[in-house]
Ligand binder design. Structure first.
Ligand code: PEP
Ligand code: MN
Length: 380
């Protein structure tokens, strides 16, 4: 018979650093959470193996991490969502007991993945501090709601990974379901998005999505999981640095005392000493600048001015587009003329090249402008 963990609830002590998490004070105007507040130091670090494989593996990895790396939370998957059957699916409750022992010995908060209400019940029974919802679960609102219902009335801390495909609404929707269930300690985890196209990444980062999430909820902490973005060890440091440069709030990185023997995600787990090296070489720029005197502020003023000019020019352009539209209408000329469009693209891209503007970016911009112009003329 396995004994439930009776270690002291260190989540209620300073160890868990609750200030990392969002707290919403009042109902939001649209989505149910616009009153996030959180305070963080420079960043939060969650690390540990992809899967809890044995008590020895957990203890060896955790000892090295707690000894060397500034670790905030130890992670380990005990129920593993595998893409294909017949792979290692985790040790379940048995592994919770191992984690519970390690938590007690090392006084480190523990995070595990939960995908079903029964997982939550067991994780809480073993005094697990943080529950994370994996990408394959976030994608399904029924599953997320079942988890949120199971968490109702608890004080759990929950991390929500992005869904496997790039749909920000599902990610927000999952956060919203947990918030509505009374979960006040929430964070998002960016772990990249599946792409059918070949890529150097296992899951492409599409940074615009976490950036947009931060724009909408500036106080929602977002951690980045470079391990699942990269899929391989060699690009993890670069993605971790990019996460810091983009103002993300922390990292979840998989580590294993012997990565080559790992039962899951062997290619992407780091040895604790390599993680340590990665973390110590990260450049974290978090200094708040005095916007009145700072050089950046001066440059930003110029950017603001240029952006306003761009908008005014676009408005002027659309006005002329409308006049042309009316002319086309009275003279029965079709709205879209392929030759004119080809001419525009060719000449604008040439000019872009002369001015050092990236072709791919300019092409996308011109396509957007063209689409808006066609819409204006069609409306007439
Ligand atoms: C994991 O963190 O081990 C995991 C399965 O992650 P994801 O849900 O991001 O694939
Ligand atoms: Mn993994």
């Amino acid at each position: 018979m396995v004994k439930a963990c009776v270690s002291p609830d260190i989540s209620s002590k300073s160890k868990l650093k609750k200030h990392y998490f969002c707290r919403m004070e009042s109902m939001p105007h649209i989505l149910g959470f616009d009153q996030w507040t959180h305070h963080h130091k420079d960043m939060m670090l969650i690390s540990g193996p992809c899967s809890a494989e044995s008590e020895l593996q957990l203890r060896a990895t955790a000892t090295a991490l707690v000894g060397n790396v500034k670790l905030d939370v130890l992670r380990a998957g005990v129920w593993k969502p595998r893409t294909r059957p017949h792979a290692f699916e985790g040790h379940g409750e048995k592994a919770l007991q191992w984690l519970c022992n390690i938590k007690k010995e090392m006084q480190i908060p523990i995070a595990v993945e939960v995908a079903q209400p029964e997982h939550i019940e067991l994780a809480l029974k073993y005094n697990i501090d943080i529950l994370w919802v994996g990408a394959r679960t976030t994608v399904n609102p029924f599953s997320v709601q079942a988890l949120a219902d199971a968490l109702q009335g608890t004080q759990a801390a929950v991390l929500v990974k992005n869904p496997t495909h790039p749909e920000i609404g599902l990610w927000i929707g999952a956060l919203e379901r947990f918030y509505a269930a009374g979960i006040k300690q929430l964070m998002a985890v960016h772990r990249g998005f599946h792409s059918y196209r070949p890529s150097v990444y296992r899951n492409i980062p599409l940074w615009e999505i976490p950036i947009e999430l931060k724009r909408r909820f500036p106080k929602l902490p977002i951690l980045v999981d470079p391990s699942h973005i990269c899929g391989k060890r060699d690009t993890i440091a670069a993605i971790a640095q990019q996460a810091m440069d983009l103002g993300m709030d922390g990292l979840m990185i998989e580590s294993h005392y012997q990565p080559h023997t790992a039962l899951t995600d062997a290619q992407q787990q780091l040895r604790p000493e390599d993680l340590n090296q990665l973390i110590t070489s990260l450049k974290i720029r978090r200094n708040h600048i005095d916007l009145d005197t700072d050089y950046l502020a001066q440059m930003r003023l110029q950017i603001d001015k240029l952006d306003n000019e761009l908008i005014q020019l676009l408005a002027q352009r659309l006005k002329i587009v409308e006049d042309i539209g009316r002319y086309k209408q009275t003279h029965s000329i079709p709205v879209y003329q392929v030759e004119r469009w080809r001419h525009i693209i060719q000449h604008r891209l040439e000019e872009g090249k002369n001015q050092g503007v990236e072709e791919e970016f300019l092409l996308k911009l011109l396509q957007l402008i063209h689409k808006a112009s066609i819409q204006r003329q069609t409306k007439l």
